[in-house]
Design a protein around this ligand. Structure first.
Ligand code: AMP
Ligand code: MG
Length: 411
């Protein structure tokens, strides 16, 4: 064992260093069928107005409002997709269906329920208001209007809007390609039977889920050995095919903890220890392009081995970086004030992210602890709604106080 040579960095400073060294990825054009969840790379500007023509909002009769109360001759019909060819002169009308073009000459639509029909004559109530019961051109979107800003995530409504404006493909940022590896000779594959002293590799599956949820494409590297050369080979071979390396385990100061020296030999370690609980050994490095690879190089995250530490450091450092790569405007989870329902003990020298469940009490969110906050206890994170930020302190924070919470899911 040796003391760590890495300075202890404040959480916010470490997060800033990570983002500073994280690139924004390039642009690709994807069919709207595959655009769900992607992030728009350029502002989307409407090439035309919506609706493009005066469009009836109801089934009824297109008339001139000045003819209100008169019996008018019905000249024909304007159905959706089948406009009426003529002009509505004084004393005439056209039947119109929802989505039909308002004929020239008409200035309003009267609902079918409100008219009286007598052969080919229609009588409307009086008075009528010009402009009623149809959508004006550009009422929904004006030509030239910016409808979606770069950095917007595409959901159902955004994709529908793009389709309505005639875009079959959209420019989005590339998804980060991430190589994921667990390290440790004690690990066995899930489904295998752990021998004495062995444990199941759970981090790889937890991190796979977290990575995918954050928009990454993941390349699984399995379990890396606690042997420097074999570990190095496994990593180097894949770096040219990915943007990001994420490992778990092997970053503390035990003699078998090989990830920091590996990252140091491949590039520059910017963060080697953080004043964070859980997650003190969190490591972040940049790796220059290797083996003649043209491109940007890689960023690498050495996450701690303890399951809660790996997921909390993922939330605090990795997820915002993956979102920056994808061009998101919002990199962070929402932060909301919550009232503590328990006495929060603080760490003397590290910022602690305590796992809590939330419930509503009137207009407030109240935070209950998930129990023992041991970094090995995934039960503290399973079902948690938020991470409550407890600054380093000798006293801690009393129940009833208001603190900031990073919201993972609202109850
Ligand atoms: P390390 O950082 O390699 O010293 O790992 C610290 C502890 O985290 C180990 O003693 C294991 O108990 C646990 N651990 C490491 N890797 C994993 C993993 N992939 N899945 C579950 N637990 C792990
Ligand atoms: Mg280990």
């Amino acid at each position: 064992m040796r003391a760590s040579a890495y300075p202890l960095v404040e959480v916010d400073a470490a997060a800033a260093l990570v983002l500073e060294h994280t690139p924004v990825l390039g642009v690709e054009r994807v069919a709207i069928a595959h655009a769900i969840g992607r992030v728009l790379a350029e502002d989307l500007v409407a090439p035309a107005s919506l609706p493009a023509f005066p469009s009836s909002a109801v089934d009824g009769y297109a008339v001139r409002s000045a003819d209100a109360g008169k019996a008018m001759r019905v000249l024909g019909e304007s159905a959706a997709g089948r406009p009426f060819g003529g002009t509505i002169e004084p004393g005439t009308a056209a039947r119109i269906l929802t989505g039909g073009v308002l004929p020239d000459g008409a200035d309003c639509v009267v609902m079918v329920e409100d008219v009286r029909l007598d052969g080919d004559l229609v009588t409307t109530p009086a008075p009528l208001r010009a402009g009623s019961n149809f959508h004006r051109p550009g009422a929904d979107v004006r030509a030239g209007e910016r409808v979606l800003a770069a950095g917007t995530q595409l959901g159902a409504a955004e994709i529908g809007l793009a389709a309505a404006l005639g875009f079959p493909r959209l420019p989005v940022r590339r998804r980060p390609r991430v190589a994921l590896m667990s390290t440790g000779d004690e690990l066995v594959e899930v489904g295998g039977k752990p021998g004495r002293g062995q444990i199941v590799d759970s981090n790889r599956w937890a991190l796979l889920a977290a990575l995918r949820e954050a928009g990454a494409e993941v390349r699984g590297l399995g379990i890396g050995p606690d042997e420097p050369e074999a570990l190095r080979q496994l990593v180097v071979d894949v770096l040219r095919e990915v943007d990001v390396l994420v490992t778990s385990g092997g970053v503390s100061v035990g003699t078998h903890d090989l990830v920091k020296p590996l990252l140091e030999s491949l590039g520059t370690v910017h963060v080697g220890r953080v004043k964070l609980k859980p997650g003190k050994p969190f490591t972040f490095a940049t790796l220059p392009p290797i083996g003649g690879r043209r491109g940007e190089g890689n960023i690498a995250f050495g996450l701690p081995g303890f399951p809660v530490s790996s997921l909390v450091t993922f939330e605090v450092f990795v997820r915002p970086a993956l979102r920056k790569m994808q061009g998101f405007t919002d990199l962070h989870r929402p932060i909301l004030p919550v009232r503590l329902a328990y006495d929060a003990r603080a760490s003397a020298d590290r910022t602690e992210f305590q796992r809590v469940r939330l419930h509503r009490d009137g207009r407030e969110l109240v935070a209950e602890t998930t129990g023992s906050q041991s970094s090995s206890r995934l039960m503290s994170l399973a079902g948690a709604h938020a991470l409550v930020r407890i600054p380093p302190d000798d006293q801690g924070i009393r129940a009833g106080s208001i603190v900031d919470a990073m919201i993972l899911a609202l109850p």
